[in-house]
Ligand binder design. Structure first.
Ligand SMILES: [Cu+2]
Length: 124
């Protein structure tokens, strides 16, 4: 009587330990995957407010889409000094987006208001 109980307990114990051991034997693939900075599509917002580009200088990673939002009640333009992009007239409340696929420093101005301080996008 007592022997069978002990055997039964042993069986149960073996079963439990067997179960736990199988669950813990999960192939631990601890090979640290190479952190490849894949082409991330980030976004940056620049507001045009009170005849200013805010922020005046935006630093972004390559592949970033910059969206300018005209918060003034007059039209503005976002015109690259080097000629790589030109929004044309952005009406009040409207936006213009441009994706920067190359590293570099891109200065831009508003052709409607030449006295407006220039803006700059630094792509890294
Ligand atoms: Cu303007």
């Amino acid at each position: 009587m007592k022997k069978t109980l002990i055997i039964g307990l042993l069986v149960v114990f073996v079963l439990i330990s067997g179960c736990t051991s199988t669950t813990t034997v999960t192939p631990a693939s601890t090979t640290p995957g190479p952190t490849t900075p894949a082409q991330t599509s980030t976004e940056q917002q620049v507001n045009i407010k009170d005849f200013n580009f805010v922020p005046a200088t935006a630093e972004v990673p390559v592949g970033t889409t910059v969206t300018w939002i005209n918060d003034d009640n007059v039209p503005h333009t976002v015109t690259s000094v080097s000629g790589s992009f030109d929004s044309g007239s952005i009406d009040a409340g409207k936006t213009y987006s441009y994706k920067f696929n190359q590293a570099g420093t891109f200065e831009y101005s508003c052709t409607i208001h030449p006295t407006m301080p220039r803006g700059k996008v630094i792509v890294r």
